[in-house]
Write a protein that binds this ligand. Structure first.
Ligand SMILES: Cc1ncc(COP(=O)(O)O)c(C=O)c1O
Length: 427
């Protein structure tokens, strides 16, 4: 008896019909995002347009290579998609070129190492325990495993990057690469001293703006593009695009970066994500996005002020960006407990070491907070005053289930006033 495969159309049912289990999990996560306060600074809420591009038929297409020089047929449409994404990103940041193929921020960074360093070569980055990122030299990451790391830090007195140390370490160790940028540094980075240090020793200067990219695009954080040889970023944080990465830079480095990304590190680019990056860049080129970026910073400042007023300590005394590191020692709570308590009331944060933290990273003394996601929902300075109150009340009453319940109710009430993906919820 011969059997025939049912047509694609006949097999095509909604996710709800075809896989109720996954559908239900997505519903639960959407609900969590909708009715809680998302304050992890590296998270944001993408638009329906970005979601649509990510869920498109472009996921089906293999396109190894560069536009116009692919290793697969049928790439004429996705070539246009990638060219559009790169052109918009270059316009947004004023870069000579943009490689939009990296699957993530770490892979974007890895491409720079591949392009300019050999295993065993020396590079400099901000120490992880002082605000840097895993891929800037952590011993458990490729960057720390395969290269010689010289870490610089912040000053204990004011929590600001020690630019004198950057200069002196560069002179002493003659690195091939100097990285500026980090994951828990809230202040404006002065890009010029990095450029000068790199020039003095003949190093490549790379700025990793994964965290600040949206603020840079919106004109609320000084751009490193005119200073750095290479700029890497994620696209899903303040930039509010799909989960991904990219590398931008000066024309002279285009070839080396392109070769490092493919065939050096990756196979086929994720064309659906690249389309979503094009959508992201178009959104970020609008005047509305400038307003958004400025509001993110204004909200972070208001939140820092509200927390300081209640006796919490903000590392470096404040913020110039979307994020802040809060030292919880004044309320006698560790970072680990702080994260757990805030989770209970529907405020999502992550524990984080503070510079010169006496606690191990698994316990640590601080939490990292950010305003990009709340700002996307439409919250402003007035709401930040409430949020500061909720955070303080939860931390100061960590042992009282009744008090935590009140805070949780208040969190839910506030989030209900700022609808997000409610139309996606079926219940
Ligand atoms: C400064 C910095 N670089 C790179 C990354 C890595 O990005 P991804 O998680 O997409 O690999 C992050 C992520 O938090 C980051 O903060």
């Amino acid at each position: 008896m011969s059997t025939t495969t049912p047509s694609y159309e006949a097999r095509s049912r909604s996710l709800k019909q075809s896989d109720p289990e996954v559908f239900a999990l997505i519903q639960r996560e959407t609900e969590r995002q909708e009715y809680g306060l998302e304050m992890i600074p590296s998270e944001n809420f993408v638009s329906e347009a970005v979601l649509e591009a990510m869920g498109s038929t472009l996921t089906n297409k293999y396109a190894e290579g560069q536009p116009g020089k692919r290793y697969y047929g049928g790439c004429h449409v996705v070539d246009e998609v990638e060219n559009l994404a790169s052109a918009r990103v270059c316009e947004l940041f004023g870069a000579d070129f943009a490689n939009v193929q990296p699957h993530s921020g770490v892979q974007a960074n890895q491409a720079v190492f591949e392009a300019f360093l050999k295993p065993g070569d020396t590079f400099m980055g901000l120490r992880l325990d002082q605000g840097g990122h895993l891929s800037h030299g952590s011993p458990v990451n490729f960057s720390g495993m395969h290269y010689k790391v010289v870490g610089y830090g912040v000053k204990e007195a004011d929590g600001l990057i020690d630019y004198d140390q950057v200069r002196s370490l560069a002179r002493e160790h003659k690195p091939k690469l100097i990285i500026a940028g980090g994951s828990a540094y809230s202040r404006q980075i002065d890009w010029k001293p990095f450029r000068e240090a790199a020039d003095e020793v003949g190093a490549i200067f790379m700025a990793d703006i994964a965290h600040y990219a949206g603020l840079v695009a919106g004109g609320s954080y000084v751009s490193p593009v005119q200073f750095a040889d290479i700029v890497t970023t994620t696209t899903h944080k303040t930039l509010r695009g799909p989960r991904s990465g990219m590398v931008m830079g000066r024309e002279a480095h285009r070839k080396a970066i392109n070769k490092a990304v493919f065939p050096g590190l990756q196979g086929g680019p994720h064309m659906h994500t690249i389309a979503a990056k094009a959508v992201m860049a178009r959104e970020a080129l609008t005047p509305d996005f400038k307003t958004y970026a400025a509001q993110v910073v204004a909200n972070a400042r208001a939140l820092a002020e509200g927390l300081t007023k209640r006796g919490l300590k903000i590392v470096s005394g404040g913020t110039d960006s979307h994020l802040m590191l809060v030292d919880l020692r004044p309320v006698g709570v560790s970072g680990k407990i702080g994260e757990e308590v805030l989770d209970k009331v529907g405020i999502t944060v992550n524990k984080n070491t503070v510079p010169f933290d006496p606690q191990p990273p698994s316990v640590c003394s601080g939490i990292r907070l950010g305003t990009p996601a709340l700002t996307t929902r439409g919250m402003g300075v007035a709401e930040m005053a409430h949020v500061a109150e909720f955070i303080y009340e939860a931390l100061a009453n960590a042992q009282s289930e009744a008090k935590l319940k009140t805070v949780a109710d208040n969190v839910r009430e506030l989030s209900k006033k700022f609808p997000l993906y409610r139309h996606r919820l079926t219940r």
